[in-house]
Design a protein around this ligand. Structure first.
Ligand SMILES: Nc1ncnc2c1ncn2[C@@H]1O[C@H](COP(=O)(O)OP(=O)(O)OP(=O)(O)O)[C@@H](O)[C@H]1O
Length: 345
């Protein structure tokens, strides 16, 4: 368990982390989201005692990090994959860490095996690709077999097989009852990995909630219909009191109801349907909706509601999207910056 209470960090006039209070619980993967500059790295650095808070506290299993004896046995972290000593082999990098935390040498071989680096164990890490460096960083996090693991952008530089591997690793570690805290800009990946979300914007807590609840609360869900009798269908829906949006291509969209209700109504009125589907926004859309006003750097003239992830410098476009994504999240609905909700503990 990681517990933050009133955690605040100021750099001169800039408040990077603003009075954050939340807990990261064991047994689930908790995703840490926020636009560029939101304060994620600064928060993680303070969790590991690499930065001093201006005020507030972080407790790791009830203790301050600096009071942990052999901290690698409590908490392992991947913050910066390039933090390894480039002139040392992968094996020796891990051996030094192991020795300073009284971890037996055999564990070095085990974690190298676990991350798939056994074949290059004796190679100097400065020759490693970005993906190999990530794997070495993950090996160092796992070295002390800790109950708490923190990963900052762990899929950076990994190929699809590597991404799949780290996703399954994090899920397996959580299933063993460990506390897993992970940040990523890749929303499709986060949607597949995390059970719970902590979202921050401009250093402040915006959400502390389950993945499902976050998407539901921050996005529009609606039913999509197509019919060869479109006009009759539309008139019938109007007659039943529904607000109908004509989305083009013969598609009608109806909010605030279910596929069951509309399917029964269509059948009762003998209207043929070619499509009747429930649509839910993706995590990416929900995230953009919630953080719209908390994005520090907007690309000039970019409509951040259009789904253009590239509005955030340094953010990779989302490779995949979930079923039902890509439509209909309007700026007029849902909570805004500052309307934080903290449910679903
Ligand atoms: N050492 C520092 N001195 C001054 N300002 C800093 C320092 N470190 C971070 N900041 C500022 O604090 C804010 C939060 O930065 P941080 O790197 O924690 O954000 P982030 O959410 O990790 O961003 P990203 O997603 O881009 O990695 C930013 O405005 C950043 O410019």
């Amino acid at each position: 368990m990681i517990e933050l209470a009133g955690l605040t960090k100021r750099f001169g006039a800039k408040t990077a982390v603003d009075n954050l209070t939340f807990s990261v619980r064991p047994g689930v993967v908790t995703g840490f989201l926020g636009p560029n500059g939101a304060g994620k790295s600064t928060t993680m650095r303070m969790m590991l005692d690499l930065d001093n808070p201006t005020s507030g506290t972080v407790r790791i299993d009830g203790k301050h990090y600096r009071d942990l004896k052999e901290p690698l046995k409590y908490i392992g972290a991947l913050l910066d994959a390039k933090a390894m000593h480039g002139g040392r082999s992968a094996y020796n990098n891990l051996l030094c860490l192991a020795q300073s935390n009284r971890i037996p040498e055999r564990r070095v071989g085990e974690v190298l095996d676990l991350v798939g680096l056994t074949a290059v164990a004796r190679k100097k890490s400065k020759g490693f690709s970005l993906g190999m460096g990530q794997r070495l960083g993950i090996a160092s996090a796992l070295l002390g077999d800790p109950e708490i693991l923190m990963f900052d952008e762990p899929v950076n530089g990994l190929d699809p097989e590597g991404i799949h591997w780290i996703r399954n690793l994090m899920k397996a570690l959580a299933a063993e009852g460990r506390t897993i805290f992970v940040s990523s800009h890749l929303m499709s990946e986060m949607a597949l990995t995390a059970d719970h979300l902590i979202v921050i914007g401009q250093g402040r807590l915006l959400a502390d909630t389950s993945m499902a609840e976050f998407i539901q609360q921050n996005s529009r869900s609606y039913v999509r219909l197509r019919s060869p009798q479109q006009e009759r269908l539309r008139d019938m829906l109007h007659g039943e009191g529904f607000v109908v949006v004509e989305a083009g291509g013969g598609v009608l969209e109806v909010d605030g109801t279910t596929t069951e209700r509309l399917g029964e109504l269509a059948a009762a009125h003998r209207i043929t349907l070619h499509e009747l589907s429930s649509q839910r926004a993706s995590l990416e859309e929900a995230f953009m909706q919630m953080t719209a006003a908390a994005v520090e750097y907007h690309a000039q003239g970019t409509d951040i509601h259009s789904g253009a992830v590239a509005a955030w410098p340094g953010t990779e476009p989302d490779a995949g999207s979930e079923p039902g994504s890509g439509t209909g999240t309007g700026p007029e609905s849902g909570p805004r910056w500052g309307d934080s909700f903290k449910g679903g503990a």
